[in-house]
Write a protein of this length. Structure first.
Length: 254
């Protein structure tokens, strides 16, 4: 018998029960299917797709067409996990555009959408949630803004202004009704504070152990993108090394 489909309410309930939420990215059918079979409850077709699948230097090159294509593939592989997709760079510059593109991702199979930003995108978030589409926020280091940061992925929340901005962004997303919020490269103390103060589930990435859940870019975890691995990732498998060995064995045996 198959287990029931995970819902946003299930993830909030996991927060209340203090049950850690495992979340991973998936960009294709076989990966989504494997992660679903492993019981990972939350999947994301992240726009990290741009780097780890499409070979771009950062996420700003990813288009709606890319996201729709990969969301369709990953959604086909998902039975139980809640799977969502990122709105890519400049796909949510206005509330109308955000809603239009969120609907396209839902049509491709996303059960929630995620976008980067806090109070500054509140009208867009309200438009999406108002139309009945579950929403996940993303605050802290915003990869779509990496070029404005001089190309560096910097930790957020270290000074008073950064701390206050994170709390204000979290309050805006909570008020709008985000069911979860990704905290990327937020200081562990501020991530803990946000986790304790707000009802949404916090999903950390490089933000310490006290978030309600943790998300990683799957190729970082399993080593299928060996050319760069963030410092905070503890790699569980070096798949690239295994692939290289296997191909070498096959080639030498020809
Ligand atoms: O694009 C992505 O993969 C993400 C996760 C790292 C949270 O936004």
């Amino acid at each position: 018998m198959s287990s029931p489909k995970i819902t946003p309410a299930d993830l909030r309930a996991m927060k209340v029960r203090r049950e850690k939420i495992a979340a991973l990215t998936a960009y294709d059918y076989p990966t989504a299917k494997l992660l679903d079979e492993c019981g990972v409850p939350l999947l994301l077709v992240g726009d990290s797709l741009g780097m780890v699948v499409l070979g771009y230097p950062n996420t700003t090159h990813v288009t709606m067409a890319d996201m729709e294509h990969h969301t369709r593939a990953a959604a086909r592989g998902t039975t139980r996990a809640l799977i969502g997709a990122d709105l890519p760079f400049h796909a949510y510059d206005s509330p109308d555009q955000a809603l239009d593109n969120a609907r396209k991702l839902v049509a491709a199979g996303a059960q929630y959408v995620k976008a980067e930003g806090g109070r500054e995108i509140l009208p867009q978030v309200r438009a999406i949630i108002g139309a009945g589409i579950p929403f996940v926020g993303h605050i802290g280091m915003l990869p779509q803004h990496v070029l404005e940061e001089g190309g560096k992925y910097r930790i957020k929340g270290r000074d008073d202004a950064g701390h206050a901005k994170l709390l204000d962004d979290a309050a805006a997303l909570a008020e709008a009704g985000a069911f979860a919020v990704v905290l990327e490269l937020v200081t562990p103390a501020v991530a803990k504070e946000i986790t304790e103060r707000f009802p949404f589930a916090t999903i950390g990435i490089g933000s310490g152990p006290d978030c309600d859940g943790q998300i990683l870019v799957t190729p970082d975890l399993i080593g299928t993108y060996p050319w760069f691995t963030p410092k905070f990732v503890k790699q569980e498998l070096n798949a690239a090394a295994q692939i290289r060995e296997a191909i070498g064995r096959w080639k030498n045996a020809l």
